[in-house]
Design a protein around this ligand. Structure first.
Ligand code: SF4
Length: 287
């Protein structure tokens, strides 16, 4: 009894997923096709009770629970608190509850509201920063600018959440490659999340961005340009004890480390790939 498609971050592969809402209330990002076929809606309390009963019928239980779909924090704070209470009561073994969180939702909540949600048990938030460049954020219809993105991330940290931020390599295309790299490093450094993931842009045929590519408004970066962009981004990143991963199926090169501690080693490895005549990037593309 899930409404498909259903998404969760790679690190929630073993988590029990409770689908609290359907879709994404923003649903306007040009590159994103995740919830385009879904009209955003909140589940009623009765629907949620039935959904949980259905999950329990299969005796699924988990120490980790992920609340789907795209942005549970767009719900009113009372509703989020009620859902967290219900989750802890029905799944008493749970040790970690997480969800995606849009920057707009974090900005709309007060510091006190966010703290109460954190204290009620929501521990880890995944926020798609996508880019730190105002131009890229605006072109992609993310709905916030650089300053607002920083504010949203810092607000989550201040309220005590563990925060995982994602940047999409290649989102500046060839025209804004350097700006995307430098400004993204600036935003991630200002937030200093607990986890930082670097994914690579994979364009879905049905997305708005695919039309832009056809019309010559956006030019996809090549694998070597993506590596150059990654190098510039890492060079400009100033982080403290941040777990870094670029091990998604979309990445050309798998990377993992702790920033800034492993920055030089990661950079040396990237430069070695870039300068090697034998470099064959791992690719996963849809276009
Ligand atoms: S990237 Fe996130 S905020 Fe944007 S449409 Fe997709 S799910 Fe919604």
């Amino acid at each position: 009894m899930y409404s498909n498609p259903l998404y969760r971050p790679p690190s929630e592969a073993r988590s029990l997923i409770i689908q609290v809402t359907e879709g994404c209330s923003h649903n306007k990002c040009k590159f994103c096709y995740m919830y385009k076929c879904k009209q955003f809606r909140n589940k009623t309390k009765e629907e949620l009770i039935d959904h949980i009963k259905w999950l329990k019928r299969y005796e699924v239980s988990s120490e980790r629970i992920f609340l789907a779909d795209g942005n549970v924090l767009c719900l009113k704070t009372d509703k989020v608190l009620e859902i967290l209470e219900m989750t802890k009561k029905e799944f008493p073994l749970v040790k970690r509850i997480s969800s995606y969180s849009g920057p707009l939702d974090l900005l709309r909540k007060t510091d006190e509201e966010l703290k109460s949600i954190r204290q009620a048990g929501l521990e880890l938030l995944y926020m798609g920063v996508e880019s730190g460049s105002d131009n890229v954020l605006s072109f992609m219809n993310k709905g916030v600018n650089q300053q607002e993105m920083i504010e949203a991330g810092q607000k989550a940290k201040k309220a005590g959440f563990k925060l995982s931020c994602m940047i999409i390599s290649g989102l500046g295309g060839t025209d804004l490659m350097e700006e995307h790299a430098i400004e993204s490093a600036k935003v991630i450094s200002a937030i200093n999340p607990d986890y930082f993931s670097l994914l690579r842009l994979v364009v879905e045929k049905e997305s708005e961005l695919a039309d832009d590519i056809k019309q010559g408004k956006f030019h996809l970066a090549s694998p070597l340009q993506i590596i150059d962009e990654n190098i510039i981004m890492l060079e400009n990143m100033e982080l403290n004890d941040c777990i870094f991963r670029a091990n998604h199926v979309s990445n050309h090169i798998n990377q993992a480390g702790t920033l800034n501690k492993d920055k030089e080693v990661l950079l040396q490895r990237l430069r070695k790939f870039r300068d090697s005549d034998d470099f064959v990037p791992m690719t996963f593309d849809t276009l």
